[in-house]
Design a protein around this ligand. Structure first.
Ligand code: PLP
Length: 386
């Protein structure tokens, strides 16, 4: 298998100290009390990065498990759930709600903009009989960031629990779980955290725990049942064998983040993302979005005569670099540059943009400059402003 570097919006590059940590010899994760304590410590460190004192759990599985576990654990048959939809993952939440017998009410918005808080507020005035609401922090296929700091507190005012998918948001963008009153915040290790794929992250508020305790029907899952973790410290056992190496890797990835400092990490993402957006437009391409630009990924419209899929394939074959297009209706329309976690360093983004520039020119695109140079100029200007 030929190694292709990837600048998709996840999985991201994993720093060497994180790779090495995953290969450490570990104690038995089922029986060793030291391991249970270690698991708990890493959960708390994860909570520190997410800005929460709520319980945090690491589930053995990819980020999607966090979304499913949140819905499985909260949904009882017949529960009405408000699904805020301005992107592909946002809309997708309704499937999990339905799967566990809930009744999703999908409130859809323009996919080119972040969720309009006013419109949600107007809607809630008329109808707010929901057990919980779901929305996505960064909806990766279209590179939108939604304003958690407004949406989640607004829903809480109506006593509606919030489930937020921040798999592709957290660490690249502030999530501040407690300040934003998020009841279940979902994450994954392979995006801006830049640890290997394999752990799903959830933080669970006291209100969410109460909702689970107050259920009249049992949770219709074992693996996606968050209550199987109840009292694991006291019992000295976790519900299933934990992938110990993954937890070691996450621990070191979190240390990397805390050492750099969360604010510095956010600033690095913002500087890179601003420079990408500026340079891509100066170069003659159009961004998909009109507002709500995420600092972790940028979706760019590829001219129809070239097509995103053709560009992707051409760059793979010619330059041995894997880039992501998008999903569903946007698959052949958008090219996405992931600039999150370990991929959000200017020298890496510079090389990616240089390859994209070459690929586009080879396929006949009339560029208004050198994309790499435009990016560097924009990046320098960003840094000088601070
Ligand atoms: C990556 C991602 C997930 C996790 O799912 P994948 O299997 O990696 O697609 C969930 N939500 C969002 C918004 C993501 O970007």
């Amino acid at each position: 298998m030929r190694f292709k570097p990837s600048y998709a919006p996840g999985p991201t590059d994993v720093r060497e100290n994180v790779c090495l940590a995953s290969a450490k010899k570990t104690n038995n994760p089922d029986f060793d009390q030291e391991f249970i304590h270690y698991y708990h410590q890493v959960c708390q460190k994860m909570g520190q990065v997410m800005g929460t004192a709520n319980e945090v759990l690491l589930l053995a599985g990819e980020g999607i498990l966090a979304l499913e576990a949140a819905c499985a654990s909260l949904t009882e048959p017949g529960d009405r759930v408000l699904v805020l939809d301005n992107g592909i993952y946002g809309k997708g939440f309704q499937d999990f709600v339905k799967m566990y017998g809930g009744e999703p009410v999908v409130l859809s918005f323009d996919y080119h903009k972040d969720i309009p808080v006013e419109a949600v507020s107007d809607y809630l005035e008329k109808d707010h009989d929901f057990k919980y609401a779901t929305f996505v922090h960064c909806d990766t296929p279209t590179s939108i960031i939604n304003d958690v700091s407004q949406l989640s507190p607004l829903l809480k005012e109506y006593g509606i629990l919030t489930v937020v998918d921040s798999v592709a948001g957290m660490v690249g963008e502030p999530i501040d779980v407690d300040q934003n009153q998020i009841d279940i915040c979902c994450g994954g290790t392979q995006k801006a955290i830049s640890a290997p794929t394999g752990l799903a992250i959830v933080s669970i508020s006291e209100d969410a725990k109460k909702a689970m305790n107050d259920r009249k029907t049992p949770i219709a899952s074992y693996y996606a049942n968050l209550q199987t973790f109840n009292g694991y410290m006291e019992k000295g056992t976790l519900p299933y064998t934990m992938p110990a190496g993954m937890i070691e890797a996450l621990d070191v990835a979190l240390d990397n983040i805390l050492q750099e400092g969360l604010l510095a990490v956010y600033r690095r993402h913002a500087n890179i993302a601003n420079a990408v957006r500026t340079s891509v437009q100066e170069y003659g391409l159009t961004l998909f979005l009109e507002s709500g630009y995420s600092n972790t990924v940028t979706a760019i419209i590829i001219p129809e005569e070239i097509g995103a899929l053709q560009l992707q394939q051409y760059i793979q074959e010619t330059y041995n670099l894997y880039l992501a297009t998008s999903l569903a209706q946007y698959e052949d329309v958008l090219l996405r540059i992931g600039h999150m976690g370990e991929n959000a360093f200017y020298e890496k983004v510079l090389s990616v943009l240089t390859v994209i520039d070459n690929g586009l020119r080879d396929l006949g695109f009339k560029a208004k400059g050198n994309l790499g140079q435009l990016f560097l100029d924009a990046y320098k200007a960003e840094n000088e402003e601070q």
